[in-house]
Write a protein that binds this ligand. Structure first.
Ligand SMILES: *[C@@H]1O[C@H](CO)[C@@H](O)[C@H](O)[C@H]1NC(C)=O
Ligand SMILES: *[C@@H]1O[C@H](CO)[C@@H](O)[C@H](O)[C@H]1NC(C)=O
Ligand SMILES: *[C@@H]1O[C@H](CO)[C@@H](O)[C@H](O)[C@H]1NC(C)=O
Ligand SMILES: *[C@@H]1O[C@H](CO)[C@@H](O)[C@H](O)[C@H]1NC(C)=O
Ligand SMILES: *[C@@H]1O[C@H](CO)[C@@H](O)[C@H](O)[C@H]1NC(C)=O
Ligand SMILES: *[C@@H]1O[C@H](CO)[C@@H](O)[C@H](O)[C@H]1NC(C)=O
Ligand SMILES: *[C@@H]1O[C@H](CO)[C@@H](O)[C@H](O)[C@H]1NC(C)=O
Ligand SMILES: *[C@@H]1O[C@H](CO)[C@@H](O)[C@H](O)[C@H]1NC(C)=O
Length: 831
């Protein structure tokens, strides 16, 4: 065999000389069937951009077949054929078989060491292979080089480098993925730990994987760029695109100026590098160096947490969410992530809040449609309760397409600029559109309060005179019938307050002239009567005592606060009556009276088995949560006790008596009052002692309620024989001795669900902890009651050890009914 100057030796076929270099070496860019490339021979692309041959990287003793830049002074490999089957020595050759398969053979033994495809593939007529100037080495049939789909191409088998024109992603027709994997080391082209994958579970996105684990999510493509890779911008060197259609899903970039060299390489260290060859320094330089930071770590802030590199610490919960574990969050342990402040219940009022400048969350499990509009998208998301968020899948132009998320939102970050917009599902009370109008409403309310003070004065004057006149007349006009017509409603200046006014005569009739037989009880500011309206509706009428000025205040307060609240676990206020000197509240009538009349009654307590009691506990919790968070006003009840929990005919609990409820604006969570109202045994220590009330003092009362419902004993009045503790203290002692079940009322023993009971007691004890900040919110209470997971250990409960000097005045209980000596009190501190 004669050796010529040419580097490529042709045994069969013809020699194609496309280019003569300055050194006058002849090179070929094609390899025909049965032609051989020996160890020191290469194939060169037409413009001499790339060269294919045998090489030995770095200090490696192994040999490989690969492609590198021919023109560049620094040897840079872009493709390796046999990265998994290194050649121990130089006794090997590269051939194209007659069936169109590229093989590396041992020249000594003739064995095939590596082949481009399985050797059994069907025959191909006159196969030829060619190295193109793009760096692609292709095999094609019968001299037809322009066919779109070559028999085989190296661009389908990426190693660690993405060259311009390569497709990174999926061929959906053949279900094959083209992805690139780092070298093991700079000396070893074998696949390393890192790979760049296009994940098509849900809306396609690009992952940098460390073996099986996601290291970095470049994010979904939004039509212009990758959501998580804002560094990849339009630039003078290359343009790029991400194609999603029925046949293919891939990323691709192209050089704008074909005479420059640029490549994307995944280094053995896991760094993704966009490199540009710079002639003046004869070396590669990082181009558009991706600024990798802590927030690029996959899901660093976990569910519903957002990473903002400009913040310290970097993680924060998205608006409307709170740390699942505040203690851990406080010490920068983000592993628990965030959860909703108010859980979704798929109610009709739910909507979406807009979050801007985001890296879109992980789209695995998402759903998309590329032709829908944003409006259709919102509709689609709203209609499916498990849809958590939506956005346009394509932000280009005015935006198009629809992308929906289900389940937790993971791996979100907030950018200073150029982020994406995300719409996240929120319960009604958390909607931005609501809270902004709530702010407006607050301002209106201030005006309304001023207006109503003036109104009260005017009404008082009018009432005084009309009362005098009516006294003189000694007769009522029968014309005043029960009316619902809206013109006959109280108006305090707040447009929301539309409360039906009942005619006095109608109430007289309904209650049989407020006869003693109809009286349900007597409360702090007046008696309560049962009544039947002419249409057969049963009502409860609270008649405000004429003499009580304090009553007038509480009357107003109750009217305004209750009329705004609607919840299945709250007693419904039907209307009121202000006529002459009479001021009355009309409620729905609940036949079963207060919970105390069951729990503390020897014979009736048997009517409430454990499932019924558990239903009551969770119902109270929901009603209270509504008062605390979900209602448009944040309301602290301040006098929760068993007699203020009424039962409807199905034994569903309804919280009653907001006469003492203090309503205040959404931001205010704690207030100090010099007028303590409440009931001993239920009052949190900080409230009874110092007059500090917050939602957490209601939580305390709730905890006492739970223990009383489980135990069937009053907290106040319960004294244990051995340790003189009240019920709360006794429950705490038993809990620590792991004997909580001893607390359970005997009459329940058959119906109890042990884990539910233990969980209820545990939650009850968490609620009565001494320090308000240790007590859970009602949101957590509901979550804890409903879940199976482990609960935190309660700390020592707080007891209020009564002060010596109190100004105790009787106040209202259920509809104003006070039971036994369990009186509500009003304490005047510092007066
Ligand atoms: C390849 O060429 C190098 C130097 O040009 C030479 O030292 C080596 O022996 C050659 N190897 C083979 C297998 O021809
Ligand atoms: C080829 O086979 C011979 C004999 O088994 C062996 O010594 C040599 O290392 C082999 N060459 C390659 C490249 O595997
Ligand atoms: C080649 O054959 C092996 C075993 O027969 C098979 O597992 C593999 O998927 C085949 N590869 C291709 C590219 O067809
Ligand atoms: C990039 O630009 C070239 C020339 O300007 C154009 O032909 C090509 O289609 C563009 N590619 C992409 C992916 O936009
Ligand atoms: C492309 O780049 C080369 C080398 O950097 C430069 O000389 C040439 O002017 C560029 N061509 C265009 C069209 O920008
Ligand atoms: C996408 O939405 C459009 C408009 O709603 C609909 O016509 C089309 O069939 C949807 N495509 C897919 C793949 O669901
Ligand atoms: C809501 O979406 C989920 C996830 O795509 C789907 O499994 C479920 O069937 C949908 N439910 C409805 C009511 O469309
Ligand atoms: C995104 O929207 C633009 C403008 O409407 C359109 O030209 C482009 O094809 C869209 N891209 C995808 C991936 O749908």
């Amino acid at each position: 065999m004669e050796q010529r100057v040419a580097k490529i030796k042709m045994i069969f076929g013809f020699l194609v000389v496309l280019h003569a270099s300055i050194t006058c070496t002849y090179a070929s860019n094609t390899l025909s069937a049965n032609q051989i490339v020996r160890y020191n021979e290469t194939i060169v692309s037409p413009q001499e951009t790339f060269e294919l041959g045998f090489f030995s990287p770095g200090n490696s003793l192994n040999h490989y077949v690969g492609i590198w830049y021919k023109k560049l002074s620094k040897r840079t490999y872009v493709w390796v054929a046999n990265r998994n089957t290194p050649l121990a020595d130089t006794s090997s050759e590269l051939t194209l078989t007659r069936r169109g398969v590229l093989v590396i053979r041992n020249t000594t033994t003739g064995y095939v060491i590596w082949s481009s495809t399985n050797l059994s593939t069907t025959s191909v007529r006159n196969p030829t292979s060619q190295l193109l100037d793009s760096g692609n080495f292709i095999i094609y049939e019968d001299g037809n080089i322009n066919q779109e789909n070559p028999i085989w191409q190296s661009f389908d088998f990426l190693t660690d480098t993405l060259l311009p024109g390569m497709k990174h992603g999926w061929n959906l027709v053949t279900r094959t993925e083209r992805y690139y994997t780092s070298w093991k080391s700079s000396d070893d082209p074998a696949p390393g730990d890192f790979s760049m994958r296009v994940d098509t579970r849900g809306y396609p996105q690009i992952f940098l994987m460390n073996r099986e684990e996601v290291k970095f999510r470049a994010g979904p493509w939004n039509g212009l760029r990758f959501s998580g890779d804002p560094d990849l911008k339009p630039n003078p060197i290359y343009n790029f695109t991400f194609v999603i259609n029925e046949k293919e899903i891939y990323y691709q970039y192209s050089l704008v100026n074909r005479s420059v060299f640029s490549r994307l390489v995944l280094q053995p260290s896991g760094d993704i590098q966009r490199m540009l060859w710079v002639d003046s320094i004869q070396n590669w330089q990082l181009y558009l160096a991706p600024e990798s930071d802590h927030c690029d770590q996959y899901a660093v802030c976990k569910a519903f947490g957002s990473c903002n590199i400009d913040n310290s610490p970097v993680c924060e919960c998205l608006k409307g969410f709170e740390p699942a574990s505040p203690e851990k969050w406080a010490i920068a342990d983000w592993t628990q992530g965030c959860r909703r402040t108010i859980p979704l219940d798929c109610g009709p009022g739910e909507g979406f809040n807009k979050y801007t400048n985001m890296k879109l969350p992980d789209t695995r499990g998402s759903w998309y449609n590329q032709t829908m509009t944003l409006v259709e998208c919102e509709k689609k998301c709203k209609s499916n309760c498990s849809c958590i968020a939506y956005t346009n899948s394509n932000v280009s132009g005015t935006g198009s397409g629809c992308l929906l998320w289900f389940g937790d939102l993971i791996d979100i970050r907030t950018f200073a600029e150029t982020g994406d917009t995300l719409y996240i599902r929120m319960p009604y009370s958390e909607l931005d559109s609501i809270s902004s109008s709530a702010g407006k409403r607050r301002r209106i309310r201030v005006v309304a309060i001023v207006a109503s003070v003036i109104l009260v004065i005017l009404i008082s004057i009018c009432l005084f005179y009309s009362f005098k006149r009516k006294k003189q007349q000694q007769e009522r006009t029968p014309a005043n019938e029960f009316q619902h017509d809206p013109e006959n409603s109280i108006s305090t200046g707040d447009e929301d307050l539309e409360l039906p006014l009942f005619g006095l005569s109608a109430l007289y009739k309904a209650t049989n002239n407020f006869s003693m037989n109809n009286k349900l009880g007597e409360g702090g500011f007046g008696p309560v009567y049962k009544g039947v309206l002419e249409d057969g509706h049963e009502i409860a009428v609270k008649r405000l005592a004429k003499t009580s000025t304090q009553g007038l205040y509480e009357f107003k307060n109750e009217v305004i606060s209750i009329s705004k609240l609607q919840h299945r676990n709250l007693v419904k206020l039907l209307g009121c009556c202000i006529e002459g000197a009479e001021k009355m509240l009309v409620y729905e009538y609940l036949p079963n009276k207060g919970l105390d009349s069951f729990i503390f009654d020897k014979s009736r307590k048997k009517l409430l088995d454990w499932p019924a009691r558990y239903n009551i506990i969770t119902g109270i919790a929901r009603g209270l949560l509504y008062l605390h968070q979900d209602s448009r006003l944040r309301i602290i009840h301040r006098d929760l006790k068993l007699s203020n929990i009424l039962l409807d005919k199905d034994m569903n609990p309804k919280i009653s008596d907001f006469g003492m409820a203090r309503t205040f604006g959404g931001n205010q969570i704690e207030a100090n009052t010099n007028r303590v109202v409440g009931t001993y045994g239920y009052m949190a220590p900080e409230y009874a002692g110092d007059g500090i009330f917050s939602i957490k003092s209601d939580v305390y009362s709730f905890g006492v309620l739970v223990l009383e419902i489980v135990c069937g004993e009053k907290n106040r009045g319960f004294v244990h024989k051995e340790h003189c503790n009240n019920l709360v203290g006794h429950a705490w002692v038993l809990h620590n001795e792991e004997k909580s079940l001893q607390l359970v009322e005997k009459c329940l023993s058959e119906s109890i669900d042990v884990s539910q009971v233990l969980r209820s007691i545990h939650v009850g004890l968490l609620c009565v902890q001494r320090h308000p900040e240790d007590r859970p919110t009602m949101t957590s209470v509901i979550l804890m009651l409903g879940s199976e997971g482990p609960l935190p250990s309660p700390k020592e409960p707080g007891f209020y050890v009564g002060k010596t000097k109190q100004d105790i005045t009787e106040s209202s209980s259920s509809y104003g009914i006070s039971s036994n000596n369990d009186l509500s009190i009003t304490m005047l501190n510092g007066r």
